[in-house]
Structures are given as structure tokens and as C-alpha cells.
Design a protein around this ligand. Structure first.
Ligand SMILES: Cc1cc2nc3c(=O)[nH]c(=O)nc-3n(C[C@H](O)[C@H](O)[C@H](O)COP(=O)(O)OP(=O)(O)OC[C@H]3O[C@@H](n4cnc5c(N)ncnc54)[C@H](O)[C@@H]3O)c2cc1C
Length: 469
């Protein structure tokens, strides 16, 4: 039985309940697509026709931003390159994301300096800025049509205390040369037509693009450079081999074996048993997104006067923005402590959207989808090599620029190019005892974070109401 919700009160799942009250209108549009909104113009593709080469210089597993960006570099450097993906090309995170491009390194300088020393800490932070600048330059040089724009981001404070923390962060950003300015609550409507927040911080250099069109642009360029890209071909195992006196890797795939001089695993949040070492370090976390039916133009202009990316300061964050044509709202977050499906996550996201923007309570959901973000135990992206097997992963929800950037650098490194070096190379990549790739601890952690977020929002709301009366 399909879930049905009264519009404007979308807080409860009605499953298997039989009759639907006539007064209830589904919160889902009649033509709901349980697929990313981005797929309307660039859906994942099936590429099965090429024969699987038996020997290559470089075999890349995973055809998202990481794998394709790496393939462009290795193929252009004259290395025979094979990219395989277990599913359609583009069915992973790279066509499912929220389209927000930031500086991508979450831990601050002080935290990193404690672990790696000040010099490495600064170099790591610098990579975040570099990746943000790099993606715009790369798209421009390659002529990829994907609506890239430096629209800026508004980081919205869910409590007065969170606003104070943003003010302290702004000071740190300024020292690092990252442009940022505070917007107090009294001026918030310049940025966002909502009273839910307590001011925020604007990062003008942050950017956006159409994620699936960008992915398609990478795919086209990898193939144009000579890479063979094959869908529905799973990497099953990696073994060491030797060929004409050289070390090689024997890659077992669902379509047969391949001998490669180098292998790049670009599987991120979808990493499985292919490389158990990586699987023990990447934490797959479900993230959920909806797109709405078209919003009237004057309402859109009132709610989103600046067209920036929005993300809030809650531990379990919500992120959203207008669609590139400013007709719909693309609204994402982690809405369940347990993994759930888009028919269940959609109404929960809608309820949150309506809490922030009560005017949107009647708007129906046109698309609802999910994807698996790759996280790490130290909240950092990681890349490096284990012998002839190379990896880049765990972008912690900020991978649009970082996955493409580290994929590019990994491809360059494998091709023997000096520009392939990064400050992330072979940083310690932590795991935890008993962790084998199934994040059993996540439901409890998310439930605890959500409870704390909820309490803080309730307290802040009470104080706001108190002020107003
Ligand atoms: C809902 C959501 C919202 C997000 N929002 C943002 C955002 O706003 N901003 C931002 O910067 N980042 C965001 N991200 C993160 C960003 O999308 C990712 O970091 C980035 O796309 C990772 O790219 P990737 O190529 O490493 O992985 P993916 O694109 O996930 O590709 C990995 C591929 O590996 C394949 N694979 C796995 N195992 C095998 C195997 N054994 N054999 C063959 N193939 C295999 C999978 O099929 C998959 O296609 C979001 C992610 C999600 C899910």
C-alpha cells in the first residue's frame, strides 16, 4: 500500500492502512519519480558493448567523478585505461548529490595540527581551497556544459550559540584567506525568506553545478581520451601477479579476468569486499533528497532571493537550494537513523522543509531519492597507494570538487606526473576495531545527534517566541 500523507502535516508514515481518506491528498506528485531530479536531463548510461580488454595499463573500478577524472588523466598520458562499474555509468553518488561545492575539508587547522603538525595541517586545509578553485578552472578549460556558477553559500545557524560559533569560524577563515561574512538574524531575509534560523555565514566563493551533466561531461572526455568504459561489470577481487618481470594486479571481474599494471579503486560509499582494507575505512552513510513541484516565481524570489546554496549548522545537517532553473527546490538531509527508502524519507524531508518555510507546506514532491555518502573516522578525504593499488575516497559529503580533484591527482600520480602529489597522500587512514564496512553504530549515533538537534531547536524557538511576545 502506497504511503499517503495529508499535505501540510507530513510527519507520519501511513503504511498498509487500507483506505485512503478522501480529504487526504498525496504529498507525492502523481508522476513522482523515485530517481534523482538530475536524471531528467542526464540519466545514467548502459555501456556494455565493448569487449573487456584482457590486459591494460590502468584498470579503474567505479565510474563516478573519482574514477572518470582519473581516467581522463591516465588515458591522456597514453596509458591504456579501462573503467568498469557494477551498475549503469553514473548510478552512484556523483549524479545524486545536492550540487553544493565548498572548500570540502571539515576539520579546522588546530584539530589537524594536533594530529599531523602545523605544516601538514595548513597544506591539507589549502587543498580544500585549491579543489574549489580547480573545479571552476577545469570545467572552463574543458568546456563542460553543466551550469557551473560561483553562487556562494549561506551557512544558517540553528541556534544563537551556533551563530556565535560561526562568528568564531569566520575569524579563522579570514586568517586562512577564505572569504566569509556574517549575516545577523535581523538581516537574514536578505539571504533567505525564513525566520527559522538565527543568522548565518556567507561564503561567496562556494559554487554549484548540475551534478549529472558534470558527470556526463567527465564520461565524454574520458572516452574521447581513449578510455574504455564498461557498465554492469563488477570488480570481484584483486591479486598480485607478474607479467614479463613486472609486478601486475590480477583483477577478477564479473565478465572475466583483467591484468593491469595499476588499479585505482574509486568506489567510495559503495566500496564492498573488493578491497577489504578500504571497506574497513570508508563509512557508507545514506543521504536523502527531494525535489518539489514548481514553485511560483514570486514565492521563489522571496524565499531564495540570492540563489545561494544553503546548509544549516545542525549535527544532522539539512542542505538545499533552488534548482538551476529556479523552478523547484532541491532539499536534502539525513532523515532517518536507520537506512530507509525514498517513499519514507520524502515525506520526512518535506516536513522539515515546511518547518523552515511554512509557505511550502502545500507543495508536492516530484522526485525523491537516496545515495550513499562515503565518510571516514577522521572526517577527512583520503588518497594514496598500497603497492600498485591506488585509492581516493571518503569525501565526507563534500565530494563534488574533492572527488574530481583527487581523482585527477590520482590519475596523474599513476601516470607518473609530478602534479599528482597532494597533501592527502597516504595520510593515516583510520579504522576502528570490529568495523568491517557495516556501520552498526550509525543508528545510535544519528538518533543521539537528532535528539540533541531537536532539543536545541525547541529551546531556541521558545526563546524567539518569548522575545516576540
Ligand atoms: C544524497 C547525496 C548528496 C550529496 N551532496 C553533496 C553536495 O551537495 N556537495 C558535495 O560536494 N558532495 C555531495 N555529496 C557527495 C558526492 O556526491 C560524492 O562525494 C562524490 O560523488 C563521490 O564520487 P565517487 O566517484 O568517489 O563515488 P560514486 O559517484 O558514488 O561512484 C562510485 C561507483 O563505484 C561503483 N562500484 C562500487 N563497487 C564496485 C565494484 N566492486 N565493481 C565495480 N564498480 C563498483 C559504484 O557502482 C558507483 O557507481 C552527496 C552525496 C549524496 C549521496
Amino acid at each position: 500500500m502506497e504511503a499517503t500523507f495529508p499535505i501540510g502535516h507530513a510527519t507520519k508514515t501511513v503504511r498498509g492502512s487500507g483506505a485512503t481518506p478522501a480529504a487526504m491528498r498525496s504529498i507525492f506528485a502523481d508522476d513522482l519519480r523515485e530517481a534523482p531530479y538530475w536524471w531528467d536531463v542526464a540519466a545514467p548510461v548502459v555501456l556494455r558493448e565493448d569487449d573487456l580488454p584482457r590486459t591494460v595499463d590502468v584498470a579503474i573500478i567505479g565510474a563516478g567523478y573519482t574514477g572518470l577524472a582519473a581516467a581522463i588523466q591516465t588515458a591522456r598520458a597514453g596509458r591504456s585505461t579501462l573503467v568498469i562499474d557494477a551498475g549503469e555509468i553514473g548510478h552512484g553518488c556523483s549524479t545524486r548529490n545536492g550540487a553544493q561545492i565548498s572548500t570540502s575539508v571539515k576539520p579546522g587547522e588546530a584539530e589537524l595540527a594536533q594530529k599531523f603538525g602545523l605544516e601538514r595541517a595548513r597544506a591539507v586545509r589549502e587543498e580544500g581551497k585549491r579543489a574549489l578553485q580547480w573545479i571552476g578552472d577545469f570545467i572552463g578549460e574543458e568546456g563542460i556544459e553543466c551550469g557551473f556558477r560561483r553562487c556562494g553559500r549561506f551557512h544558517a545557524a540553528h541556534t544563537p550559540e551556533a551563530y556565535e560559533a560561526l562568528a568564531a569560524a569566520a575569524e579563522e577563515h579570514r586568517k586562512e584567506g577564505i572569504e566569509a561574512h556574517l549575516v545577523p538574524r535581523a538581516e537574514q531575509h536578505r539571504e533567505l525568506g525564513s525566520d527559522f534560523y538565527f543568522g548565518g555565514l556567507v561564503h561567496p566563493a562556494h559554487a554549484t553545478l548540475h551534478p549529472a551533466m558534470f558527470h556526463r561531461g567527465l564520461l565524454d572526455r574520458a572516452r574521447a581520451a581513449g578510455a574504455t568504459v564498461i557498465s554492469h561489470c563488477a570488480g570481484l577481487g584483486l591479486d598480485r601477479g607478474r607479467d614479463r618481470g613486472r609486478d601486475t594486479i590480477e583483477l577478477q571481474t564479473s565478465r572475466g579476468p583483467v591484468t593491469a599494471r595499476d588499479v585505482i579503486t574509486a568506489t567510495n560509499g559503495y566500496s564492498g569486499a573488493l578491497m577489504p582494507w578500504l571497506q574497513r575505512r570508508v563509512i557508507p552513510i545514506g543521504s536523502y533528497v527531494i525535489a518539489t513541484e514548481p514553485v511560483p516565481e514570486d514565492l521563489m524570489n522571496r524565499l531564495f532571493p540570492t540563489d545561494r546554496n544553503i546548509v544549516d549548522t545542525r549535527r544532522v545537517v539539512y542542505y538545499y537550494r533552488p534548482s538551476p532553473d529556479r523552478r523547484r527546490i532541491v532539499f536534502g538531509g539525513r532523515v532517518s537513523a536507520n537506512e530507509t527508502d525514498p517513499r519514507i524519507s520524502g515525506p520526512r524531508l518535506h516536513a522539515e522543509m515546511a518547518r523552515i518555510f511554512p509557505e511550502l507546506a502545500d507543495l508536492r514532491i516530484s522526485h525523491s531519492w537516496a545515495g550513499k555518502v562515503g565518510y571516514s573516522f577522521d572526517s577527512l578525504p583520503h588518497c594514496g597507494s598500497r603497492g600498485r593499488v591506488h585509492y581516493a575516497a571518503s569525501y565526507c559529503g563534500s565530494g563534488v570538487s574533492m572527488a574530481s580533484y583527487l581523482g585527477t591527482r590520482t590519475g596523474q600520480r599513476v601516470a607518473g606526473l609530478a602534479e599528482g602529489c597532494t597533501a592527502f597522500d597516504n595520510l593515516p587512514f583510520p579504522t576502528r576495531p570490529l568495523y568491517t564496512g557495516k556501520p552498526w553504530f550509525l543508528p545510535a549515533v544519528v538518533a543521539w545527534y537528532r535528539w540533541r538537534d531537536r532539543r536545541e531547536v525547541e529551546r531556541a524557538t521558545r526563546s524567539r517566541v518569548g522575545e516576540a511576545t
